[in-house]
Design a binder for this molecule. Structure first.
Ligand SMILES: [Zn+2]
Length: 176
């Protein structure tokens, strides 16, 4: 899944891990995913590294802290993959590029046919669709129109639309 806006409120170029909080229901959803046998992997664009807003060490610290926040929920993120580049670079790892997903697949022996991606942006859906992943978009109440406009503008076609991360994960876990 995606990170900012999906697991936690998007604080825009967050540097200080202590400001981090989980979105409601995320801990429970990730615990359920784990109980269903899913690996839980986060793929995130962090261009703030190349922009000089924060370091890769600070991003690693944020990811450690996310797992600290998840621990009381008996949930855990197995791995984080992030793109540190500015968009202008045109790298293959920045979503909707698929390189980080492919790296995770190779590192962990993941079968995309039985996996899914959940995020709050069209780029998450586009990356997932290219790879044959089931894709779900989180549309928080009040943001539906903006997200639908982004999906339409990019021709992104998620199989799942949900009003929260927990609801999206529930739909993934309930697939036939
Ligand atoms: Zn990149």
């Amino acid at each position: 899944m995606d990170r900012d806006g999906t697991l936690n409120p998007d604080l825009h170029y967050l540097r200080d891990a202590s400001l981090l909080e989980l979105n409601r229901g995320v801990g429970n959803a990730l615990r359920l995913a784990r109980e269903h046998g899913y690996l839980v992997i986060c793929v995130t664009n962090q261009s703030g590294i190349e922009r000089g807003y924060y370091t890769s060490q600070e991003v690693d610290r944020i990811h450690e802290h996310l797992n600290e926040l998840l621990s009381p929920h008996r949930a855990h993120i197995d791995a984080f993959y992030y793109c540190p580049h500015r968009p202008e670079r045109g790298c293959a790892c920045r979503k909707p590029g698929t390189l980080l997903f492919e790296r995770a697949r190779d590192d962990w022996g993941i079968d995309f046919a039985t996996s899914a991606v959940v995020g709050d942006r069209a780029i998450d859906v586009l990356a997932g669709t290219k790879l044959g992943l089931l894709s779900g978009i989180v549309r928080p109440p009040g943001h539906e129109a903006a997200i639908e406009a982004e999906l339409a503008a990019t021709s992104a076609t998620p199989e799942i639309r949900a009003d929260s991360f927990g609801a999206a994960v529930g739909r993934v876990l309930g697939r036939g």
